[in-house]
Design a protein around this ligand. Structure first.
Ligand code: RP5
Length: 181
């Protein structure tokens, strides 16, 4: 908990709230069948110590819940929303239409069309309503992007991102050296 306090204070100085109840990132998905994909991103947020919430919000099956979620997210203190969906994947776009927050869309690969249906549904947003779309099933990048958005205002988080990138580089360089020798 103590690690999170500087993050929250830097974002909203003076705002007192129970740390455990204050998620900064909202992860939502259209169905529990999306969870195997989306929980990978959740783990990244957990590893970075970024508080998040995770829930099922379906654009088609629970439209009122989606509306309520999108309209309340900013006032509840959420700073970025990650929305994963498959097939006719309207969730990220509809949420982006109802919140001023940054929305990151994760196209989830369904049982047909190799996820291209989800990708096109999410990426082809009309002008004025942006959704930052990551690669098919790549909730890792969605989480990393959300962390970078938060890190733009919180230097400690950017330091963590720097460390993550250096570790990734070192892992690849280790493979290069093993292959070369
Ligand atoms: C979408 O339909 C969900 O995001 C999911 O990817 C897809 C299939 O949902 P289920 O039939 O598995 O619940 O709304």
């Amino acid at each position: 908990q103590s690690r999170l306090k500087p993050i929250l204070n830097a974002i909203e100085p003076g705002v007192e709230r129970p740390l455990t109840l204050q998620p900064l990132v909202g992860i939502i998905m259209g169905s529990d069948s999306d969870l195997p994909v989306m929980k990978v991103g959740a783990k990244i947020l957990k590893d970075f110590g970024i508080p998040f919430e995770l829930s099922i919000v379906s654009a088609h099956r629970t439209p009122q819940r989606m509306t309520d979620y999108a309209h309340s997210a900013a006032t509840r203190g959420i700073k970025a929303i990650i929305a994963g969906a498959g097939g006719a994947a309207h969730l990220p776009g509809m949420v982006a239409a109802m919140t001023p927050l940054p929305v990151i869309g994760v196209p989830v690969k369904g049982s047909s069309l190799d996820g291209v249906d989800s990708l096109y549904s999410i990426v082809q947003m009309p002008r004025g309503v942006p959704v930052a779309t990551v690669a098919i099933n790549n909730s890792t990048n969605a989480a990393l992007l959300a962390i970078r958005i938060i890190g733009a205002f919180v230097p400690g988080v950017l330091d963590q991102m720097d460390a993550y990138m250096k570790k990734m580089e070192a892992e690849v360089m280790g493979k290069v050296e093993r292959l070369d020798n």
